[in-house]
Design a protein around this ligand. Structure first.
Ligand SMILES: Cc1cc2nc3c(=O)[nH]c(=O)nc-3n(C[C@H](O)[C@H](O)[C@H](O)COP(=O)(O)OP(=O)(O)OC[C@H]3O[C@@H](n4cnc5c(N)ncnc54)[C@H](O)[C@@H]3O)c2cc1C
Length: 433
């Protein structure tokens, strides 16, 4: 059976590895960019996805590239603690939570795809520009550098081409661009001194603004590479909307300090961190409305193409990895690929729809909004604002919605299933037109 994966992001690469692990050999990933992403921003990957990466044999490689997250602190802008919880191994999971540079995670995944499936398994500079039915198969048209177009006929086409998915646009032509909640995100990394446990993730917030900080690498003499994300409403950010030219970076730095300069992340000098950040990237905060179907014949959606959500709770890439494993499990377990794609959708679409909705109110971080609403002038003790049980329940119910609660992760059966392997097909990446 031939598999064509569109997009060599975390979702597409994890799918290629998962399909190979499940016994499929004719798998090709087509990526529009000239090479898989080199963006070095941080991602937190939750233990439910780390379990999947571990079962694919990637945990040792990742441990060397990542920081194992120990705790999460949610704080007011003044740095007062609203909620703290252990994370990963410290919280009793059998697998860690990891904080890692996206570029490093992509590099580990891409190396494993090439090791398993050969160098030809990732075709870069190949953008999907057309999709149609070819009887029982699907035809994808890819534009390559130099204006060459190639058509690939495939049994299964998995769209892992992100929030601006061309495949989803072909399936839902009336959908239009992603939705924004009016917030703008700024993102950067800088070396600084290790803070709190050295493996802590801190989120500060008020009614709408958010500041997220965590280390993604450790250096010499107690230094660490700190990933930060700052989000605030676009009206306040309006003055920053300039092209990201060199002087744009300093303009953004100045405006970020205007917005967050009085905030006090515990153990961190924020002004210094933003001042030491070489490049600042800006994005609108966008997501997609949930849809009723991901699967159409031999085509299915995965990762952000299926369920793009606001970045709260560390779930976008995490859930793309879980999608990949569930999809491969169904394909290995059902004799008919169409049945497998429907079973994958039935497993994954309902919980991801709930998660997308929960992230519209910022998932677990909504306690920060509530704290601000209940005590707009700040508070001395969080116990004056919330009961411990109310806070614990918000955290518990979000973990259950995202299916990353401890019992769910530790006790559920493995998604590893092995089919007898057939001889590898040489990579025939389509016919030129
Ligand atoms: C500020 C911020 C912080 C985040 N933090 C976290 C976090 O801590 N934890 C977490 O789990 N998630 C986080 N996320 C979300 C996470 O980045 C995404 O959910 C994840 O990258 C989705 O992976 P994907 O493979 O589905 O899509 P993408 O990563 O978008 O990959 C899609 C790939 O497809 C390629 N492509 C696009 N169109 C085509 C085409 N037509 N043909 C061929 N290739 C194409 C693209 O070039 C890209 O390589 C964050 C997001 C943001 C914005």
């Amino acid at each position: 059976m031939r598999f064509t994966l569109v997009g060599a992001g975390i979702g597409g690469l994890a799918t290629a590895i998962s399909l190979h692990e499940a016994g499929f050999e004719d798998v090709t990933v087509f990526e529009a960019a000239p090479r898989p992403s080199e963006l070095g921003f941080g991602l937190n990957i939750l233990p439910n996805a780390v379990r999947e990466l571990a079962e694919l044999g990637l945990l040792d490689a990742l441990r060397q590239q990542a920081v194992q997250t120990r705790e999460l602190l949610l704080c007011s802008p003044q740095g007062r603690l609203v909620w703290r919880e252990d994370r990963g191994l410290s919280a009793g999971y059998e697998w860690p939570q990891i904080s890692v540079s996206r570029a490093r995670l992509v590099a580990v995944l891409a190396a494993d795809v090439r090791r398993r499936l050969g160098d030809g398994a990732i075709v870069t500079g190949a953008r999907l520009v057309g999709l149609d039915d070819a009887g029982s198969r699907t035809r994808g048209v890819f534009a390559h550098a130099g204006g060459v177009r190639r058509t690939v006929e495939t049994d299964v086409l998995v769209a892992a081409d992100g929030i601006h998915s061309a495949v989803r646009a072909a399936l839902y032509p009336a959908e239009g661009p992603p939705r924004t909640n009016g917030m703008t995100l700024y993102r950067g990394t800088a070396w600084g001194e290790s803070f709190l446990t050295g493996r802590s993730m801190v989120v500060l917030g008020d009614a709408r603004r958010r500041l997220v900080l965590y280390p993604i690498d450790h250096g010499a003499k107690g230094s660490c590479l700190i990933n930060w994300v700052a989000a605030f409403p676009e009206s306040a950010a309006g003055a920053l909307h300039r092209p990201p030219a060199p002087e744009g970076d300093s303009g953004m730095r100045e405006a970020l300090l205007g917005e967050f300069g009085s905030w006090s992340p515990p153990g961190l000098d924020l002004a210094r961190l933003i001042g030491d950040t070489e490049r600042i990237h800006m994005y609108p905060m966008i997501d997609r409305d949930p849809v009723a179907r991901w699967t159409f014949g031999g085509v299915t959606l995965l990762g952000d193409a299926a369920h793009a959500m606001y970045p709260a709770g560390s779930n976008g890439a995490t859930q793309a990895i879980v999608d990949a494993r569930v999809l491969a499990w169904h394909l290995a377990s059902h004799p008919d690929a169409g049945d497998a794609l429907h079973a994958y959708e039935a497993d994954r679409l309902p919980p991801m729809t709930k998660l997308q909705r929960s992230n519209r109110s910022m998932g677990p971080e909504r306690v920060l909004t509530l704290a601000h609403q209940r005590a707009p002038g700040g508070f001395e003790q969080i116990g004056d604002v919330f009961s411990g049980e109310e806070l614990a329940e918000i955290s518990r119910s979000y973990a259950a919605t995202g299916q990353f609660d401890q019992d769910g992760v530790n006790l559920r059966p493995t998604l590893t299933v092995r089919r007898p392997r057939r001889t590898a097909m040489p990579h025939d990446n389509g016919r030129a037109e």
